[in-house]
Ligand binder design. Structure first.
Ligand code: CA
Length: 221
């Protein structure tokens, strides 16, 4: 995750950058709007942290121009301008979050992390694992091009296994995700549905069993 920090207070900028880096972000620094424009033109960022009082203008102007040009990169305003009208103006211009100085670094890092996660691209509507094709939006499944007819329960189980392809999905997660609270955790409902699914998916087998843990779909395409 790459973050651009726009801050003209060099000491504060340096500390913010180093704190964010220690949390695992890649961080670039700009100390004025013109510098931020240059960096935004050449790099893609997952999140921006923007001060308002900058030597060549208000950081909000940067947010406004980004939004006008259709760029939706999440922006957190980090500023001493903390009046309600100032905060509201920030959101009105398209900021996603607003923190007022002084602030806690841990909270800043947590908020930046939340903004980055929110901006992650949604799952592709059609997920392919080997010759298996799962259309998440239309809820259709094909194996080697052949359309299969699955029950809602079978689809729900397959959807979770495919979403976590390459990882073992514990039986308890399948029950949590695909059954309501009436399901008996010790019952064999999961095994029954998985064996129906296996039969419909055909050979070679797609769903592996990890004894005592759960099930896995091989993630290698
Ligand atoms: Ca400033």
């Amino acid at each position: 995750m790459r973050v651009l920090v726009v801050e003209d207070d060099q000491e504060l900028g340096r500390v913010v950058a180093s704190r964010l880096r220690s949390t695992g972000f890649a961080v670039d620094l700009a100390d004025r709007l013109a510098d931020a424009d240059v960096k935004l033109a050449v790099s893609n960022y997952d999140c921006l942290v923007v001060d308002r009082g900058l030597p060549d203008g208000d950081g909000l102007a940067l947010v406004r121009s980004l939004r006008r040009s259709g760029r939706r990169v999440p922006v957190l305003m980090l500023t001493a301008m903390g009046e309600v009208v100032e905060r509201v103006a920030g959101f009105d211009e398209g900021a996603d979050d607003y923190m007022v100085k002084p602030f806690a670094f841990a909270e800043l890092a947590a908020r930046v992390g939340a903004l980055c996660r929110r901006a992650e691209p949604p799952r592709p509507p059609v997920v392919e694992v080997g010759d298996l094709e799962v259309d998440m939006a239309r809820r259709r499944v094909r194996r080697a091009g052949v359309l299969l007819t699955l029950t809602a329960k079978e689809f729900a189980v397959l959807e979770l296994l495919v979403a976590r392809a390459g990882q073992v999905v514990p039986r308890a997660d399948l029950i949590d995700c695909c059954w309501d609270e009436m399901a008996e955790p010790m019952s064999n409902v999961v095994d029954v549905v998985v064996s129906q699914l296996r039969r419909k998916l055909g050979a070679p087998a797609v769903i592996g069993t990890v004894r005592g843990v759960g099930f896995v779909i091989d993630g290698t395409p």
